[in-house]
Design a protein around this ligand. Sequence first.
Ligand code: MG
Length: 203
Amino acid sequence: MKIICIGRNFIEHAHELNNPVPANPVFFLKPETALIRAGLPFFYPDFSQDVHYEVELVLRINKLGKHISEKFAHTYYDAVGVGIDFTARDLQNVCKQKGLPWEIAKAFDGSAPVSKFIPKEQFPDLYDINFSLVKNQETVQKGNSGMMIFNFEKIIAYVSQFVTLKMGDFIFTGTPAGVGPVKRGDNLQAFIGNQPLLQLPVK
Ligand code: MG
């Protein structure tokens, strides 16, 4: 399986990192070894001094598809969860300055914890899903799927022009404003609505 991540999908987050609002989705990949299943901790890596959380809704792909049209894109995912796109911001800034790829900052082991998934049918409105991140009892990020620059269908249609989607793949759909650092000893909790779906100690 693979993990596809969308960058800059919320206007306020693009602004907070001084990035332009993109005309097309920006995406990058994380390998399977980035995945942390719900219930396991995140181990702070030695190679970074500035790891940031980015809470994101995650789509679970349920069938094979390439060149998927926007009209049928909704049939290619069956569930929505929440995950954290951990980012070594110090390394990412160096990569950006030098025009280098982002893998060392984004694709490292443990950089993609993902919650359990909620079947799509259980959402009254997929374009109005609230999600949030609480760090040590304080809400640090809040987002809503209705505020995305590129909605789920647009993301699936765009990405599948370049990369074949397969059953079991995950798509991280971008983070809202409020990203910030974590340190050892922190406790993160990611929510969809008021359901805590992912609990993650940082060790
Ligand atoms: Mg992200």
